[in-house]
Design a protein around this ligand. Structure first.
Ligand code: URA
Length: 269
């Protein structure tokens, strides 16, 4: 029997991966693992190893230059249009160059909204459309907001503005690099309240390490890094989690009622 041509084998393998949900290559160039496996093993009697050197200084876990650049770029923006342009031009967030993001996804909703909603990261549909929460999770979020009378009254954004490869959770480092832009968006909108949807948004905005099961429904005082603005913030479950876990919907509903109560309370002064 003749062997299938290499192209057909590759096509069939790609189809199999696509069906299994793989939609991202995590390296820019292919690694030939077969050739790697054929390299001769090092002889057992290898020469004595070089003397141990003191460990190199730990690689920085943060990108101070990128964070500083983001802060400078964000603070120079006096409106949301220039902030969107600054994000689009920003090259300090590594996800931007990892392969699956085709553009920056910043926000949707009115610039004078009383509420800012912060999610995790754009997914495939958001990357296509250029706006956050426009896929299945977005439709669920819209229903949640509608239930408390907030249709078209929220400004929605995410902790990072580029779609992470394979929709993985953004790392704390990636969130830190994007955070000055999120903070500036909140400064410009000046909402009365923040709604943080999901654990990654809660971790990023409130520096909390506890899980969302413990944090949801509790009020926190969010403040900018420079402490020039404070806004009450309520964490709740991410709509994608609620779609997978319908039993959590009653807790989310109770969080939303808590949120609406505070929003509808007449403000003093
Ligand atoms: N999930 C998020 O957290 N943000 C989006 O924009 C879409 C899905």
């Amino acid at each position: 029997m003749s062997r299938p041509p290499a192209a057909a084998v590759s096509e069939s393998l790609l189809a199999f991966w696509a069906e299994a949900g793989v939609d991202a290559a995590l390296l820019e160039t292919a690694v030939d693992r077969i050739a790697e496996g054929q390299r001769p093993l090092a002889p057992r009697s290898a020469p004595a190893a070089a003397p141990l050197r003191p460990p190199a200084a730990a690689a920085p876990t943060r990108r101070p230059h990128a964070i500083e650049a983001a802060r400078e770029a964000a603070r120079s923006c006096s409106d949301l249009v220039s902030l969107a342009a600054a994000i689009e031009a920003f090259e300090g967030c590594p996800i931007r160059f990892e392969g699956t993001a085709s553009r920056a996804v910043f926000s949707r909703g009115p610039a004078d909204a009383p509420v800012v909603v912060i999610g995790e990261a754009p997914g495939a549909e958001e990357d296509r459309a250029g706006h956050p929460f426009v896929g299945k999770a977005g439709r669920m979020l819209d229903r949640m907001l509608e239930a408390i009378g907030l249709t078209d009254r929220v400004f929605i954004t995410n902790t990072v503005f580029w779609r992470p490869p394979g929709n993985r959770t953004p790392t704390p480092e990636e969130q830190l690099v994007c955070k000055p832009f999120v903070e500036q968006a909140i400064r410009l909108v000046r909402p009365r309240l923040l709604l943080l949807v999901g654990a990654p948004a809660t971790r990023c905005m409130l520096d909390q390490t506890e899980g969302i099961n413990r944090l949801h429904g509790r009020w926190f005082e969010w403040r900018t890094t420079e402490a020039d603005l404070e806004v009450p913030a309520l964490p709740t479950f991410h709509p994608a989690f609620l779609m997978r876990t319908p039993s959590a919907k009653s807790m989310a509903w109770s969080d939303l009622k808590t949120f609406a109560e505070r929003l509808n309370r007449p403000s003093r002064g």
